[in-house]
Design a protein. Structure first.
Length: 203
């Protein structure tokens, strides 16, 4: 069985997005500042152009991923990535209400019974590969439920001054991690990977 992982590109002051969903152009400059092209499966997302070091890491991690978990907000905001997630795996969408005109298929599966059910479904779809949980609310819920094994941070050299954090308003702290187990220096980004050492303490 694979691992359950979350991760995100983050500013130096710890934000995944700036105020009012700003700052993405600064956070994700490393997606297009290299010479190594990585195609995506989404018709709406152009190929990534990464430095050699970043590309080697991303290709390995994408290859080890068997399913994703995202929230309904991201699914709607991206317009479902044009029909297929860029990583080319089935995406489990955790939502209070499934879209009436969208049946489950090889692209998207909708779960309404909470994060535990979403992780269980994603594990079933992933088989021996890893499950990746989107940052923010999904990551917070997975960590609080004791379901996360690893956390990845792609640290971008920018300060956003506010916005959304990786785990949102985490209700149970402290949480400790082991590592970094991986440190990769890309161009305009430092990739850090950690193992969850202990699960959150009940407040």
């Amino acid at each position: 069985m694979g691992k359950v992982i979350t991760g995100a590109t983050m500013s130096l002051d710890g934000y995944l997005a700036g105020p009012d969903e700003s700052g993405f152009d600064l956070l994700f400059q490393w997606y297009e500042n290299g010479d190594t092209e990585i195609p995506t499966a989404s018709p709406d997302v152009p190929p990534l152009r990464l430095s050699a070091a970043s590309a080697a890491l991303v290709e390995a991690e994408w290859g080890d991923t068997g399913a994703l978990i995202v929230g309904r907000y991201l699914y709607d905001m991206t317009n479902a990535w044009g029909g297929r997630h860029p990583m080319d795996v089935t995406t489990v969408v955790l939502t209070h209400r499934r879209p009436e005109d969208r049946p489950d298929d090889e692209n998207f599966v909708f779960v309404t019974d909470g994060i535990e059910a979403a992780v269980a479904k994603a594990r079933e779809l992933a088989g021996d590969k890893n499950v990746v949980v989107n940052g923010g609310q999904m990551a917070r819920q997975a960590l609080e439920a004791g379901l996360l094994d690893e956390v990845g941070v792609d640290l971008a050299p920018v300060i956003l001054g506010g916005g959304k954090t990786l785990f949102g308003e985490l209700g149970a702290t402290p949480v400790q991690f082991e590592g970094p187990t991986t440190v990769v220096e890309g161009t305009g980004v430092t990739h850090l990977r950690y193992r969850v050492k202990n699960q959150p303490s009940t407040p």
